[in-house]
Write a protein that binds this ligand. Sequence first.
Ligand code: FE
Ligand code: FE
Ligand code: ZN
Length: 297
Amino acid sequence: MLLIGSHVSYKNETQLLGSVKEALSYKSNCFMFYTGAPQNTQRGKIDDELTYRAYELMKENGIDLENIICHAPYIVNLANDLDSEKYEFAINFLTNELRRCDQLGIKYLVLHPGSHMKIEKNHAIYNIVKGLNIALSTSSNTVVLLETMAGKGTELGTNICELKEIINNIDDKNRIGVCLDTCHLNDSGIDISYFDEYLNEFDKEIGIDKIKCVHVNDSKNPLGSHKDRHENIGYGTIGFDSLIGVIYNKKLENVPKILETPYVNREYPPYNQEIEMIRSKTFNPNLYQDILDYYRK
Ligand code: FE
Ligand code: FE
Ligand code: ZN
């Protein structure tokens, strides 16, 4: 079965229950959320009653808890330890985030591996490994998914080699996986129209079973641009057919596909209409107008 959904909001008042409702409004059967604002690390208490009601609603609508993904905030940077206080904060925050996921019953947490800034690459990778091993050993279940990055600035995790290096050094291999992001892959220099070649290479080096989530985004920028700016499905440089090829790839059949595409006019979520295009495998040349009509009616 196609697992398709989007990034949804998580508000302190409604928590997971609000996220499930938003996902259902887009006709999703999986989704991704942040436990607070993606840009900061302020986090509220989890209300188990709201979680329980979210589970009930998911059950009624056939959403499996295993297909709900959490994303750690962007500012957690495990790569750089120049400021030891900041480095320790990042490890502590990640540990607490993993415990929050445990409490919510969430199995997967997506993490940007980090940016090395001014320090040497190998040392930065060592920092990531060390931080992950500490955070994983002091939380119980949740699996960290390293996201493939575009290579903006000094980002790490921009190629299979760097991801492999991190994964090989994680103590508990059952607690580590990968989240592919099609926009990031494109911007890092991977041509999505030859996606099977990439998957074969990934399988040889890391193992395809490590891929537990795919972020499906088109890109505003050309192949290898190292930019990381997402575009709506079929409206960017990757194009509709190549993205459909990823979404329906047999080898990733049971992996949740999550849209992180931009809102129209920064106001209207495109997910309902994009999911419709994806389910029907038919590009909608009037996507923006349809979204505006849908929300203004
Ligand atoms: Fe991400
Ligand atoms: Fe992403
Ligand atoms: Zn991105």
